[in-house]
Design a protein around this ligand. Structure first.
Ligand SMILES: Nc1ncnc2c1ncn2[C@@H]1O[C@H](COP(=O)(O)OP(=O)(O)O)[C@@H](O)[C@H]1O
Ligand SMILES: CC(=O)OP(=O)(O)O
Ligand SMILES: [Mg+2]
Length: 375
């Protein structure tokens, strides 16, 4: 039995799974939330992970540890065995993913200390987007400055976009090489990706995970001059602007809460501020659907995944309404079915397959971790 321990550290959480790869089945799994918050009893990621590892069944032999790492810069386009140089490279780009890479590194440090004799492998969110063409990844700014500071679109949630687009092809029953797919990963962070023939050709997140869709606390797309303007007229300094864009914007900034469940409940109870925020959230998603249909030259499948995408029925309905001219149709009964199983929500005879597919970043990380060891 090949068993891989998978660590997925978020900005305030630690998800872990012990996966039996022969059966592709979790033997143990769990989630620690509110890491670092006063009163949570978990002061930081390192001590949280130490406690998790101490609780594992010592009878199970772990072959390797797979770590989700959000930003790999332009150094990594595939799964990578972690050594000191790799740790340093992850640290070097931490400033580009301030909510994520420092937590990922804390997880790596704790797990390497607890399991020093097994290989640790980094699986980067950016890796799947290494195929982006220059036209999609280049920002139209001073080329020398961009080259010197490696300013470009990298894209994120790649492990999820890869897993979900491959699952979609399996469910549709056609080779992925033939398919044009849009994946909407709508979680706390959110991104859209255009996948043609199994390859990422465009994605909504940018140099950092702040660009693109409206998120829990991140603004997504914004006129870059807004930040300059706020500096000039409101005196916000760089740290305050960073805080604004990454932690005080998105649903939180517009409504006072960053959790979609709360925003949806408030809107359902007639709260106009929440309703208006949902309209912005929906508008931005539809903007990307239209853009990616154009970039893909048509559409075979549209897939919803992650916390919001998998669970929020009214949001899916409102995102999809009025897109029949793209061949996008919804079966309301299928859309309303609450289920954890991958499924179609379009009618069988619709030109575009619309699916809800629960993401499984942990399984994909375990597979890629094992592949690097086998290779
Ligand atoms: N049952 C649900 N109904 C509606 N929204 C949900 C549900 N479960 C989770 N969400 C929303 O999904 C988001 C979190 O998504 P998730 O993929 O778990 O985030 P992350 O992995 O980025 O931390 C939150 O906004 C949460 O409100
Ligand atoms: C990259 C990113 O935004 O990740 P998450 O959705 O887990 O915050
Ligand atoms: Mg996530």
């Amino acid at each position: 039995m090949t068993t891989v321990f998978v660590v997925n550290t978020g900005s305030s959480s630690i998800k872990y799974q012990l996966i039996d790869l022969d059966a592709e089945r979790p033997l143990a799994s769990g989630l620690l939330e509110r890491v670092g918050e006063p009163g949570s009893g978990i002061p930081d990621h390192e001590s949280g992970l130490r406690a998790i590892l101490a609780d594992l069944d010592p009878g199970i032999e772990i072959a390797a540890v797979g770590h989700r790492v959000v930003h790999g810069g332009d150094r990594f386009s595939g799964p990578t065995v972690i050594d000191e140089a790799v740790v340093q490279a992850i640290e070097d780009v931490s400033v580009l993913a301030p909510l994520h890479n420092p937590a990922n590194l804390a997880g790596i440090r704790a797990a390497r200390a607890a399991l020093p004799d097994v290989p640790h492998v980094a699986i980067f969110d950016t890796a799947f987007h290494a195929t982006l063409p220059p036209a999609a990844y280049t920002y139209a700014i001073d080329a020398n400055l961009a080259a010197e500071h490696r300013i470009r679109r990298y894209g994120f949630h790649g492990t999820s976009h890869k897993y979900v687009s491959e699952r979609a092809a399996e469910l549709i029953g056609r080779p992925i090489e033939e398919l044009r797919i849009i994946v909407l990963h709508l979680g706390n962070g959110a991104s859209a990706t255009a996948v043609r023939g199994g390859i990422s050709i465009d994605t909504s997140m940018g140099m950092t995970p702040a660009q693109g869709l409206v998120m829990g606390t991140r603004s997504g797309d914004i006129d870059p001059a807004v930040l300059v303007h706020l500096h000039r007229v409101a005196g916000l300094d760089v740290d305050q602007l960073d805080e604004l864009v990454n932690r005080r914007s998105g649903l939180l900034g517009m409504t006072g809460t960053g959790d979609m469940r709360d925003v949806q409940a408030a809107a359902a109870a007639g709260d106009e501020v929440a309703e208006a925020a949902l309209a912005v959230y929906r508008h931005r998603i539809r903007h990307y659907i239209g853009a990616y249909v154009a970039q893909l030259g048509g559409l075979d499948a549209l897939v919803f995944t992650a916390g919001v995408g998998e669970n929020n029925v009214p949001l899916r309905r409102r995102v999809l309404a009025g897109l029949e001219f793209f061949g996008i149709r919804v079966d309301d009964d299928r859309n309303e079915l609450a289920s954890k199983v991958p499924r179609f929500i379009s009618p069988d005879d619709a030109p575009v397959a619309v699916l809800v597919i629960p993401t499984n970043e942990e399984l994909e990380i375990a597979r890629q971790t094992a592949s690097v060891l086998a290779g």
